[in-house]
Design a protein around this ligand. Structure first.
Ligand code: SAH
Ligand code: SF4
Length: 475
């Protein structure tokens, strides 16, 4: 599991551009025959890293001459970017892929590819090979940069293709990207994970930690800031490890400091910080820099020390609370969020109560809570004492109940106050309203119009519930 990092060279990337040019010839003849450009649909499951990867898949598809579509039924190319973190995400990806079978009957030239974390696991790769014969190609997380070559091969060879490489961990630059938003951008600063939390499949499917060159990151953000981007979310499984593999004396706080020197009116977010590595230096940097949002996503996963040890998290509840207290002291307005797992093997009712205690003690703005899902070949899946589903579900409901009441109280404290909000677009739940987020990532609904989208506004909060705040734009 000690893979080397391999930097994909400019020549290798240029070669992919030449495959993209060859594909453009194909899509041009498609247009001449059919009088329309072929369409590509990219479907994404899972985390922000997958969202970011999909924007590169979409970028490469666009460079190859495809028009992007949100509607799979009209697509000539479908790429499903999968997640493996919980079984539920895998089952949804498999079920949707199953539904695409009939699309091939309507459009026999349709190409279907699957990539991402789920298919980077050998057993899932075999499942798809054997049970989904209409899937044309699969490629692992490490092979994303070779997508143009894979698609071209798939047209040329007219046989199913499986591209995987578990021998090295790649890092690449310079591929085309089609960002979903014109004012918010995902910026991966590093890939992979070295932590091997006992429940988690990520290190197995995304390889070891490797950091992008800071110059590349800074140039990318500078370009986007010049275009008027208003928010950059820096991504990494554990951003606090950023730079450790670069053999230069430069860490994540240094990167944040340099990003904040870039001209422009923008927010900088980042996720995720592993509590074992989140340093005082990081918290001091957040406190000092105006462009960094006053929000810290710090997953604690469980409130009980025995469970944390079994999870291989390498911190205890006391250490976690001390870190949070330091953050609250240095950044009095800090908004804290977390990830929590309920029903980890052998977790008792009393130990689960420690998780609830942590929620109450810290008063998180919100938490992403997950029912423990055994993942093949992870140590926790082989542990005795797996918790029955009904117990896990009951703990999950209890956790939501406790957290929802905390979130509602914290949201209510905003009523009457004026806060800065980045307006994102029309509300999904109420089409009369527009929606945005404040620096703590809390949802704010307003009455507005399209002219506000992508802009920072000052909003006076009129009312609040558990899931959102409602306000009026002041300016
Ligand atoms: N690198 C990030 C998290 C990546 S996965 C971190 O360490 O914080 C996102 C979240 O999914 C995790 O924080 C964890 O809460 C949850 N998760 C991961 N594996 C899981 C599993 N097997 N069952 C349930 N939840 C899981
Ligand atoms: Fe998974 Fe732990 Fe790595 Fe996060 S830090 S990706 S939870 S192994």
């Amino acid at each position: 599991m000690d893979n080397k990092t391999v930097n994909i060279t400019q020549e290798q990337i240029d070669l992919q551009y030449s495959f993209m040019a060859q594909m453009r010839e194909k899509t041009r003849s498609f247009f001449e025959e059919k009088g329309r450009m072929p369409k590509a649909h990219v479907l994404t499951f899972g985390c922000q890293q997958n969202e970011a990867d999909s924007e590169y898949i979409a970028g490469m598809a666009a460079e190859m001459g495809y028009t992007l579509t949100e509607d799979a039924t009209e697509a000539d190319l479908i790429v499903v970017n999968t997640c493996a973190v919980r079984e539920h995400a895998e089952l949804r990806a498999l079920s949707i892929t199953g539904q695409f079978k009939h699309l091939k009957k309507v459009n026999p030239e349709l190409k279907i590819g699957i990539c991402g974390c789920m298919v980077t696991q050998e057993h899932r790769k075999d499942d798809i090979k054997n049970k989904y014969p209409y899937v044309d190609f699969l490629f692992g997380t490490n092979m994303l940069w070779r997508f143009p070559e894979i698609l071209l091969e798939s047209f040329k060879k007219k046989k199913r293709l499986f591209y995987f490489d578990h021998s090295a961990d790649n890092i690449w630059e310079g591929l085309p990207v089609e960002r979903k938003s014109e004012f918010k951008a995902w910026i991966s600063v590093m890939y992979g994970c070295n932590n091997f939390c006992s429940y988690c499949v990520v290190p197995y499917v995304r390889g070891r930690e490797r950091s992008r060159d800071p110059k590349e990151i800074l140039n990318q953000i500078k370009e986007l800031a010049e275009k008027g981007y208003k928010e950059f979310t820096l991504l990494g499984q554990n951003v606090n490890s950023y730079g450790k593999d670069l053999c230069i004396d430069y860490d994540f706080s240094d990167l944040l400091t340099d990003i904040c020197k870039i001209d422009g009116d923008f927010w900088v977010r980042f996720m995720t910080s592993h509590p074992k590595d989140a340093s005082k230096k990081l918290i001091d940097t957040i406190s000092r820099e105006d462009k960094i949002v006053k929000h810290l996503h710090l997953p604690f996963q469980a409130g009980n020390d025995r469970v944390l040890k079994l999870m291989n998290r390498k911190y205890d509840s006391k250490g976690y609370f001390e870190l949070v207290s330091y953050a609250k002291e240095k950044i009095p307005s800090v908004g804290l969020t977390s990830d929590v797992i309920v029903g980890f093997p052998t977790e008792t009712d009393e130990e689960f109560e420690d998780t609830l205690k942590m929620l109450k003690k810290v008063e998180f703005d919100s938490v992403y809570s997950f029912i423990y899902s055994p993942r093949k070949d992870t140590p926790a899946a082989a542990m005795e004492g797996q918790i029955p589903d009904e117990v896990k579900k009951a703990r999950f409901s209890k956790l939501l109940e406790v957290q929802n009441s905390i979130t509602k109280d914290l949201n209510t404290e905003y009523v009457g106050k004026t806060i800065k909000v980045l307006i994102e677009g029309k509300s999904k739940s109420d089409c009369e309203k527009y929606t945005g987020r404040n620096d703590k990532n809390r949802l704010v609904h307003i009455d507005g119009d399209d002219s506000l989208v992508g802009k920072f506004c000052r909003v006076k909060i009129d009312r609040a519930d558990t899931f959102a705040m409602y306000g009026t734009v002041i300016d």
